[in-house]
Design a protein around this ligand. Structure first.
Ligand code: SAM
Length: 393
């Protein structure tokens, strides 16, 4: 089956797997060159709606392929350094018995990776996961993937021990579509489930009076803040995954790390994923139009695609990111390029090239000058000690 067939009708999963796959591709290479082992944990493994007989369209198979590729690519480097081959360790958790049967069968067919599996809910498995990770505390870097079907089962109190793993990184699927519909629901049981998700009731006050995208963005920010605080992370980034057929958000993938390199890689993958998403959405929308009209479109999916929703989201986040960066510049006469980079790139749909173009604009307008650049350096960049210095008042 082609990739298009595997993901037709669930293009949001294509985007999720694209981000997971391409982030892990770089992560495993970078982390694997410095560490002896990687521990990958999938807390909601599935398989879930997978179509491939070999489960290639499941998150665990996608991840495993990238981890193995990194191990192969790093063989020479490890040898040259007199180190053993990169060791791969996976822990796959799944609550549903039928899905778990398939997962275990898949895992039993793998002989070159240490794999732990468990048929249980995440709430009852934190101790086991932490124990699995801790077996190689000193020489393995853990990556935790949390990909639930709704907003329950991964309350902040439940996942906090996983968020706190050091070293460690986490990718969480925040089911924005469902969450927007049910947050502030009058039913006290539903309310409590949201309080557990966010780890406090503070989010309720933060969204009072907000509607539409303002409410959506604030809820996502509340969750990012909660994750950052609970895990002691330095950086949290989000990738927006849109509904394939309609102009609304399906979910956000929330990535938390303590490494700027991690942010750099995640943002590069997010940027590419947005192109993949818009292409997949154009195909999904063409399919829907043709099914509704009973006629084939005369133009291609890409030619027919209306990019206004995506473009308006990008404009929205660019405007917020630019004004936040300007506020930082206004607050102190000198702003390290690295701090501007972190502030700007913490917003979805904002890329390093955007920050550089604002800096060019501010410089041209005579608002700033760049300090700390060597004669052979033409543009400010991260990690070089470059400073944006405000001119005038
Ligand atoms: C969205 S699916 C995961 C999809 C998979 N990560 C992928 O991308 O291919 C969520 C899975 O979590 C399982 N699940 C639901 N609640 C759970 C819980 N509390 N603990 C562990 N697994 C759970 C479901 O049975 C389902 O297979």
């Amino acid at each position: 089956m082609s990739e298009g067939d595997l993901y037709a009708g669930r293009e949001q999963t294509l985007v999720k797997h694209y981000i997971l796959e391409h982030y892990l591709e770089r992560f495993a290479h970078i982390v694997g060159s410095a560490w002896d082992a990687i521990t990958y944990v999938d807390c909601f493994s599935g398989p879930w709606n997978a179509r491939s007989e070999r489960l290639e369209d499941s998150s665990f198979a996608v991840a495993l392929a990238q981890l193995r590729a990194a191990r192969t690519n790093l063989t020479d480097l490890k040898r040259a350094r007199g180190r053993p081959l990169l060791e791969l360790r996976c822990y796959f958790l799944e609550k549903d018995a039928a899905a778990f049967t398939k997962l275990r069968e898949f895992a039993m067919g793998i002989g070159d990776v240490e794999i732990g599996t468990r048929n249980a809910a995440l709430e009852e498995s934190i101790h086991e996961i932490v124990a699995f990770v801790s077996e190689r505390q000193s020489d393995a870097f853990p990556f935790i993937f949390v990909d639930p079907t709704g907003w329950t089962g991964f309350g902040l109190d439940v996942i906090q021990p996983l968020l706190r793993l050091r070293p460690g990184e986490v990718l969480v699927n925040f089911m924005t579509g469902h969450i927007l519909r049910f947050a502030e629901h009058p039913d006290p049981t539903i309310q409590q489930s949201f309080d557990r998700l966010f780890g406090s009731t503070e989010y309720r006050a933060r969204i009072v009076g907000l509607a539409g995208l303002d409410r959506e963005d604030e809820l996502v920010r509340c969750y990012c803040d909660a994750i950052r605080q609970a895990g002691g992370y330095d950086y949290v980034c989000t990738a927006i995954v849109l509904h394939p057929e309609y102009d609304r958000t399906h979910f956000h993938l929330i990535y938390a790390t303590r490494s700027q390199k991690g942010v750099e890689v995640f943002k590069q993958v997010e940027k590419k994923a947005m192109g993949v998403m818009e292409k997949a959405r154009s195909d999904a929308q063409k399919r829907r139009r043709e099914a509704q009209s009973g006629q084939l479109d005369l133009l291609s999916a890409t030619q027919m695609h209306d990019p206004r929703h995506y473009d308006s989201l990008r404009e929205r986040h660019l405007a917020v990111a630019k004004s936040k960066t300007e506020e930082l510049l206004q607050a102190s006469r000198t702003l390290a390029f690295d701090d501007a980079w972190v502030a700007a790139l913490s917003h979805p749909l904002v890329w390093e090239s955007d920050l550089k173009s604002w800096i060019g604009e501010w410089k041209k307008d005579g608002r700033i000058e760049i300090a700390g650049m060597k004669p052979n350096e033409r543009f400010p960049s991260r990690g070089r000690g470059h400073q944006l210095v405000r001119k005038g008042q």
